[in-house]
Structures are given as structure tokens and as C-alpha cells.
Design a binder for this molecule. Structure first.
Ligand code: FUB
Length: 445
């Protein structure tokens, strides 16, 4: 493992619990989410610290390959490890770190994984390759050659109700769609340019169907606005489409690559941002709920830290990814704690609201709190439903040895609670000190 790849790993855990971003142990971008047989999977690319000599060739990105993730319930994502590393592409040029956005789709009981890579002895910017597997997370058997007749980035797949598969791709002023042959490894007919999209740089094609309408969604750079996510609709998978507007405004993320999935009757938009690194070439995948208006148009999604998922017994509740906060703030965790964020600067009466904690049938008996305090101490309460709702956990926090010294405190769950609940964490100074305590996470057990 070279030093650049080492820098790519921020730590390791195979089961991760998070709100937004979805995982924090590595950088992940371009997330394509898929629901296969009721289970949610995400296929992102990965970002590593850019290698100087390659920056120009790769527009600043350094992308060594792909991990795959599955949603394990609550708010836990499982990292299944490498799906494909760049030097394992049979037709790929070596050491290019050019593995941009991938996709995976199921057809006739098999899983097909598509990815762009730089091909050996070839002038195209990127070619698109494919592998097949019996399982959503692989191992995939990679085709010896790229798909003939197309070139470009960002493969986006769609299988229609009649089982016909389509591949969308491209980047620049033009995006394309083409039918795939039954074997899913070659194209069937000529690619069609997707018509009637507004002027400007485009990439990240992703098509889904709802109520008989085809929604062609794409990343779009308005010259005076930056990266947005736009969409156009049609009654045909290859168009002509009519541009309908934006799903997400420019959020200053440098690029915005997305996908849309319906999971448990809710629509979810996956996208990326660069919360952890502060650098838009080291991105992290995120997800937020997306809604439709009665006329079928899409309500703009505003990114949140809270994201999706309902932490349950055994999941850490990342309270720094709150729904509402008053009289406190968040920042990177200080001191001897693994990387992440914390609630800090909490004063007496500060409240953090976190919606949708899943208390199940009330089986959890304890709630842990990971806290630090460099002051005189405070009381911290967890209340239900309202800032003055029932107290379900209570902690007397003493000076822990400094703001960077962390301890885990435990409280009994004081009142049995069931189902999904909004919790309110409240801080009260005991000795008149201004700052009360820092809080990293809560955990029901
Ligand atoms: O991640 C590299 C490239 O940036 C992707 O292929 C594009 O969609 C953009 O996110």
C-alpha cells in the first residue's frame, strides 16, 4: 500500500453508523444507490489525496477504485471492501487513479457493475467497462475489453418494465443514452444525444421512472451559478425530454453527482459534499429525502446533516447531525477521540433536537453519552417529543480532565419509550460556569 493510499484511509470499521455524511472512515463520492430485493446498497467512487503528477490528467481527482456499501438498518452502513481497484481493470492503463463515477444494476437475477477507466493505447478520455456477479457486492467477473462504440464518463443504468436496459453516459455539453444488448455487455443501436437540456457543462446522468414518467436527472453547471442537479422528463426513455428545473441548487461542492432511489416507500437523493476534508477533491457521500409535488415535479432538496436513517439500539446517535440546535454549535472532535464532530459551546439551557430515534419496542435499558468537560460540570438531560418532554436519560457531568478528555457515561432509560421519537438534549450548568459539556454521541443499549 503506498503512502497516498494510506492517507486515503482515515481509520477502519466494517460497520459504520452515521447520518450525513454516510461514512467517515474513507472518502466516497458519486454515490449510486440501488434497492435490490428490498435492501439498500450504495456504489460510490472513492477519493484519495491527489498525487501531484496526476492532478492535471484527472482534473485534480485521485480515484483508486470502488468500495460497496449496504444499509444495515437503523443508521448503519456496512463497508464490503473493494469491488474493483484501478490496476485490476483488464483493459485499463495502470496507475492512472482515474476511476470516476460507477453504477450497478440488476437484470435477470444478475448484477452488472459499470465503471469508467482510462484504456491502454487509446485516445479516449475514458471508456466504460462492465463486470457481472451473482451478488450485489460481488465478486464481479470483469470483461476483458471495454464496451465498444461509446466513450465518456459517468455510466448510469436503467432497466425498463419490459426488461430493456439502457446506458446513459457522457460529460461536457452532451449526454447520451443507448439501448444495451441482452448480454448487458454491448450496445444495441446507435447512441442518442439527450435533447432539450439547457446549455452548460453536464455529467452524472441518472434515469428513473415514476408513474410512467421517465425522469432524466443530471449534474449541470449553469455558467453563473456552478454545479446544480437538474432534471427533465419524457414518456420515452431516450426522450425527447423537457427540462423541468433543479433538484438541488449549487451547494459549492465543486461537483455534484447524485442518484435517486425509492426505499421503504420513500424517495431518497444521494449526493456528495466535502464536510470532512474541507477540500472538494476529497468528498463524502450523503443522502436526504426527496419529495414530489402532486403534479409529479420534484421539490428541491436542501442538504441536511441529519440525513436519512433512524438510529436504534446499538447505533451511535450522532447528535452533531441535528435537526435543530439552539445556543450551541458543532465542530470537529477535539483531543484523544477518533475523528468526527461534536456538539460544543453548549450553555445553560442549550438544546439539540434530533428527530426519529427508533426506540423499537422499548427494549433498550441504558443510554450512553460520550462527553468531555473542562469546566465545573453540568447536568445533561435527554427528553422526548418536546424540550420540556419526559426525561428519558440524565447525566451528572463532572470535569473530565479537559475539553479534549472524553469519557463514556451511562444512564438508565428512566421511562420506557417505544417507536420513533424526536429527542431533545438539554444542558444545564451546575456551578454557574458558562460552557457546560461537549457531547460526541449517544448510544442506546
Ligand atoms: O468523481 C469524478 C467525477 O466528478 C465524476 O465522474 C463526475 O460525475 C464528478 O462527480
Amino acid at each position: 500500500m503506498n503512502k497516498f493510499i494510506t492517507a486515503f484511509f482515515l481509520g477502519w470499521a466494517s460497520l459504520l453508523s452515521a447520518q450525513n455524511p454516510l461514512v467517515t472512515h474513507m472518502y466516497t463520492a458519486d454515490p449510486t444507490a440501488r434497492c435490490f430485493d428490498g435492501k439498500l446498497y450504495v456504489y460510490p467512487s472513492s477519493d484519495a489525496v491527489p498525487i501531484k503528477e496526476l492532478i492535471k490528467a484527472n482534473n485534480g481527482f485521485c480515484m483508486p477504485g470502488y468500495h460497496g456499501f449496504s444499509f444495515e438498518g437503523g443508521s448503519s452502513w456496512k463497508d464490503h471492501g473493494w469491488i474493483l481497484k484501478e490496476n485490476d481493470v483488464p483493459w485499463g492503463e495502470k496507475d492512472t487513479y482515474a476511476m470516476w463515477a460507477p453504477d450497478c444494476i440488476k437484470k435477470d437475477g444478475k448484477y452488472y457493475y459499470y465503471f469508467p477507466a482510462k484504456a491502454k493505447n487509446d485516445n479516449a478520455f475514458r471508456r466504460i467497462g462492465v463486470g457481472v456477479s451473482d451478488n450485489p457486492m460481488g465478486p464481479f467477473k470483469w470483461e476483458k475489453s471495454f464496451i465498444e462504440g461509446i466513450q465518456g464518463i459517468d455510466p448510469g443504468l436503467f432497466v425498463d418494465d419490459d426488461n430493456q436496459a439502457y446506458l446513459y453516459y457522457g460529460g461536457g455539453q452532451k449526454l447520451y443514452g443507448v439501448k444495451l444488448s441482452d448480454d448487458m455487455k454491448s450496445i444495441d443501436g446507435e447512441p442518442v444525444e439527450i435533447q432539450s437540456l439547457p446549455f452548460g457543462y453536464k455529467e452524472g446522468s441518472f434515469l428513473f421512472k415514476k408513474d410512467g414518467v421517465y425522469y432524466f436527472t443530471f449534474a449541470h453547471v449553469f455558467p453563473d451559478e456552478g454545479y446544480t442537479i437538474g432534471y427533465a422528463t419524457s414518456n420515452n426513455p431516450l426522450g425527447p425530454f423537457e427540462y423541468k428545473g433543479k433538484i438541488m441548487d449549487n451547494i459549492d461542492n465543486g461537483t455534484n453527482h447524485h442518484s435517486v432511489v425509492k426505499y421503504n416507500d420513500k424517495w431518497i437523493l444521494f449526493y456528495h459534499f466535502w464536510h470532512i476534508s474541507g477540500c472538494n477533491k476529497l468528498r463524502s457521500m450523503c443522502a436526504d429525502y426527496m419529495e414530489f409535488k402532486p403534479d409529479g415535479t420534484i421539490k428541491k432538496v436542501v442538504p441536511t446533516l441529519r440525513g436519512i436513517g433512524n438510529p436504534a439500539k446499538g447505533d451511535t446517535i450522532q447528535v452533531d447531525r441535528y435537526n435543530e440546535i439552539s445556543n450551541a454549535s458543532i465542530s470537529f472532535v477535539s483531543g484523544d477521540e477518533p475523528m468526527g464532530w461534536m456538539v460544543c459551546e453548549a450553555r445553560t439551557g442549550s438544546t439539540v433536537r434530533f428527530n426519529g430515534v427508533d426506540f423499537g419496542n422499548g427494549e433498550a435499558k441504558k443510554m450512553q453519552a460520550r462527553v468531555s468537560c473542562g469546566n465545573m460540570g453540568c447536568t445533561m438531560e435527554v427528553r422526548i417529543g418536546h424540550q420540556w418532554g419526559k426525561v428519558v436519560a440524565k447525566y451528572e457531568i463532572k470535569n473530565t480532565g479537559g475539553w479534549g478528555k472524553w469519557v463514556t457515561l451511562e444512564s438508565d432509560i428512566l421511562e420506557q419509550v417505544k417507536g420513533k421519537q424526536d429527542i431533545f438534549i438539554r444542558f444545564f450548568s451546575t456551578n454557574g460556569s458558562t460552557k457546560t459539556a461537549n457531547l460526541n454521541w449517544l448510544l442506546m443499549e
